[in-house]
Design a protein around this ligand. Structure first.
Ligand code: ZN
Length: 275
């Protein structure tokens, strides 16, 4: 077979890349022809013009994609999910090659995930990813690493692994109800779930090591001399840069008023990187 066959990847503008393969002509034309036939068949099927002999379908739906677009979707779909017949280990089960999953490294700004900005995500520093795709990837990923960086310089301050279960998230939302920095009442749906002791330092993904922090106080914890410990039952003990301690009890725990003067410790006066 021709030794010049190859696959090439080119990054283009607007979050697009081109992947091309140099193949023997018979294979290349065969691949393109199959994609075209599949795209046309799917379009006809969805429009109710054909059932391609396999399955009853409900109501015809108008597929707004062009044949070109469907062909591109099919191309991705098959390359990302199907099992190669060349796999020497393939038998009744998919072999080792079929078990290899695609990996992409996408860096998403926290503000984009939170929906408060439309800053594009970044695909390995090579290409941009639109915010909608980035949010979908983050929502379906089984886990991801959070990387905290200093504004402006971009220096990495901390990294942790974010993967609490849905049940644990519900439990934490009920417990915390809002950001757990002293005096902050930012509701949990606008907060991150923070590992009190970073996962990278061995902190477990467990309710006794997790607490909601709004983005501001999440950053504060990582970039300033404020520190926090968990005292059990969701009680957090914060220590200020000057060594003064503050206890924050979750709303669900009996609360005894203490002497904290919130007005003189308003969040806007706290040291915050970038201010
Ligand atoms: Zn907060």
């Amino acid at each position: 077979m021709n030794a010049t066959r190859t696959v090439r990847l080119f990054d283009l503008a607007d979050g697009m890349s081109s992947i091309s393969a140099v193949l023997p002509s018979v294979q290349a034309h065969g691949i393109f022809n199959r994609l075209t036939q599949q795209a046309r068949a799917l379009k006809d099927f969805r429009a109710g013009r054909s059932d391609y002999g396999t399955k009853e379908h409900d109501q015809p739906v108008d597929d707004p994609r062009t044949t070109d677009q469907i062909r591109a979707d099919m191309f991705s779909d098959m390359l990302l999910t199907s099992v190669p017949s060349l796999d020497p280990l393939a038998g009744d089960d998919c072999g080792g090659l079929g078990a290899i999953k695609a990996i992409v490294q996408v860096t998403v700004p926290a503000t984009t995930l939170a929906g408060t900005s439309s800053t594009p995500a970044d695909l390995s520093g090579l290409s941009l990813v639109d915010p909608e795709t980035a949010r979908r990837l983050a929502g379906t990923a089984p886990g991801w690493d959070r990387v905290f960086t200093r504004p402006v310089t971009g220096t990495v301050v901390a990294v942790d692994r974010y993967r609490p279960s849905d049940q644990l998230k519900r439990q934490l939302r009920a417990r915390d109800q809002h950001c757990r920095f002293v005096g902050c009442r930012m509701p949990t749906h606008r907060c991150d779930i923070d590992h009190t002791v970073d996962a990278a330092l061995g902190g477990p993904t467990h309710q006794h090591n997790l607490a909601h922090l709004c983005r501001r106080h999440h950053s504060l914890k990582h970039v300033s001399k404020w520190s926090v410990k968990q005292r059990g039952d969701g009680v957090l003990e914060w220590t200020s840069p000057t060594g003064r301690r503050y206890t924050d009890k979750p709303p669900g725990v009996a609360f005894e008023p203490d002497s904290i003067d919130y007005s003189t410790h308003s969040t806007s006066r706290l040291p915050y990187c970038g201010e």
